[in-house]
Design a protein around this ligand. Structure first.
Ligand code: SF4
Length: 421
């Protein structure tokens, strides 16, 4: 694969495992926050950062959760100062997920001062009843207020997360939410259909027959999402993700994964690393405000994952941290990483995964780029799968690449599964 054993990793994910309360549909690892445990987590996270800092020169940083914005000013300052001391700041894209109920002007200022330049806000709905139905802690008024605070603080790259096919959500309510969200003029939009994960209250309600899933309505809502977002100037670049182009430029060729830099670093700037064999002709352009951190996942790039339950992928090895905050803290207090499992993937298996992830993107896979990233050729190793998908109308050969069609994107998970080895 593309990585050099001596190269530093350019992408960092940090999981903050606390929420004010658990949402009805949520299967992410998080728990209700208690002051003491959060402080202990912060100290453990700083220790984990110290353990991996030598192997990192982040071009993208993403704090997800959980609810990262739940951390208080003092806790944020502890983390950010540690990152500064460890030379981990200065990323080209530094995102923090937030809940509209936990955004404040002083927190925003601190984050901006340390280089956070993107905020992803979990709006989910702008209908008061549906927010309640989902178990969200915020109101619609808080969404508008928090968005205003973010703008005043200078955040000019904001993502809004929306959900559709929520039980009792009608098409009319979805349209209203979409239109109101478009009027906010965010730079990025992520929108997911509700998923019924085992062990969530929403799943249990479904099992108990309290409501039924209307697949047809979900499809119509998805179509409405694409049409409305496109009319509003967004460009869809992944099944659930839409972005605008930055005002200064139209589109940027950021498809290739974020490649590691040589260790020790030759230069200190944050300009994107380039690969000698990258052929711009095969790198389809995507909106310049697409989430670079996620594009790196979908393009098979490496990343370190820190915090309870976080996964990482570095030099062919996938790691997963313990999904248990107490245990996570204990391990780090003893000076070692809290890794529950390590899995070395065979090159073919990893290539299959990379093929599957990349097909989630509208641009699909340029053949040469896939070959450069994985050393496998889609045209040889997955020839029959690609033909089957084309026959089904789910995919097409486009120029020097392969991509899912509009219909295929709707069934991307099933299509992607065919590439796994
Ligand atoms: S805020 Fe996000 S992570 Fe927390 S419970 Fe709700 S959906 Fe899950």
């Amino acid at each position: 694969m593309q990585e050099l054993s001596s190269a530093r990793v350019r992408s960092l994910y940090i999981h903050v495992p606390f929420c004010a309360q658990k949402c009805e549909y949520c299967a992410f690892y998080s728990e209700a926050s208690s002051g003491e445990l959060v402080n202990r987590y912060v100290a453990a996270l700083v220790r984990e950062l110290e353990l991996v800092a030598e192997d990192l020169k982040p071009k993208t940083i993403f704090f997800g959760g959980g609810t990262p914005s739940l951390l208080n000013l003092r806790q944020w300052e502890t983390i950010l100062r540690a990152m500064e001391r460890l030379n981990l700041l200065g990323a080209e894209e530094f995102t923090i997920e937030s809940n509209p109920a936990t955004v404040s002007a002083d927190k925003c200022k601190l984050l901006r001062d340390f280089g956070v330049n993107r905020v992803s806000m979990g709006v989910q709905s702008l209908d008061e009843k549906l927010l309640d139905r989902l178990g969200r802690i915020h109101s619609r008024a808080m969404v508008f207020k928090s968005f205003d605070i973010l703008r005043r603080a200078g955040f000019d790259n904001v993502n809004l997360d929306l959900m559709f096919a929520i039980p009792t959500q009608t098409m009319e309510i979805w349209r209203e939410t979409l239109n109101e969200a478009m009027a906010m003029q965010s730079e990025h939009l992520s929108s997911y259909e509700v998923i019924y994960e085992d062990d969530t209250p929403l799943f249990q309600q479904l099992q108990a027959g309290e409501f039924a899933v209307d697949e047809e309505l979900a499809c119509t809502m998805y179509e409405e999402l694409i049409a409305t977002a496109t009319r509003a100037g967004f460009r869809q670049y992944e099944i659930a993700n839409f972005a605008r182009a930055a005002k200064s430029g139209a589109l940027s060729p950021i498809h290739p994964p974020i490649l590691p830099v040589t260790h020790p670093p030759i230069q200190q700037s944050n300009t994107p690393s380039s690969h000698p064999s990258t052929n711009p002709a095969t790198s389809c352009s995507i909106p310049s405000l697409a989430c670079k951190h996620n594009v790196n996942y979908w393009r098979g790039g490496s990343y370190h994952g820190l915090g309870p339950s976080a996964t990482g992928y570095v030099r062919g090895v996938r790691t997963k941290n313990w999904a248990n905050t107490q245990l996570y803290c204990e391990q780090l207090e003893q000076g070692r990483r809290a890794i529950e499992s390590r899995e070395e993937l065979s090159p073919l298996r990893r290539a299959g995964e990379i093929a599957a992830f990349g097909l989630r993107m509208n641009a699909g896979w340029p053949f040469e780029e896939f070959q450069r990233v994985t050393q496998f050729d889609l045209r040889c190793d997955w020839e029959s799968e690609m033909r089957q998908l084309v026959e089904r109308g789910w995919a097409r050969f486009a120029g020097d690449g392969f991509q899912l069609t509009h219909q295929g994107l709707r069934f991307a998970d099933a299509a992607a599964e065919m590439f796994l080895r």
